[in-house]
Design a protein around this ligand. Structure first.
Ligand SMILES: [Cu+2]
Length: 108
């Protein structure tokens, strides 16, 4: 019985360790690929950023943190606002940026 519980606990811990999270920003004002590139460039320069993805159609900017680092959502949205866009929503999703990209491709 004890063994089963330990195995279960380890399974849960492994799940938590592998579940990547990203922070998604809903941004108004991005209209072309230059907007997207500009935002990607700015956010990529931030220390904790591992990956950035801009989806113009959905008006979202997704940012993933480097392993063991935490994203500063306030600093990121300040950076987006500073670039001339409006941040209307911030949410955390249980997906890596690579997964968000893959999901978008599979829908096309
Ligand atoms: Cu543009």
């Amino acid at each position: 019985m004890k063994k089963i519980i330990i195995a279960l606990a380890m399974g849960i811990a492994a799940l938590c360790a592998t579940a990547a999270t990203s922070t998604k920003f809903t941004v108004n004002g991005m209209v072309c690929s230059f907007c997207a590139q500009g935002i990607e460039k700015r956010l990529s320069k931030m220390g904790a950023t591992k990956d950035v993805f801009v989806d113009l159609k959905k008006k979202t900017v997704a940012v993933e943190a480097k392993d063991g680092q935490v994203l500063d959502a306030k600093a990121i949205s300040a950076e987006i606002v500073d670039a001339g866009y409006d941040v209307v929503k911030i949410e955390t999703v249980l997906q890596s940026v690579a997964e968000i990209k893959a999901e978008l491709k599979s829908r096309k």
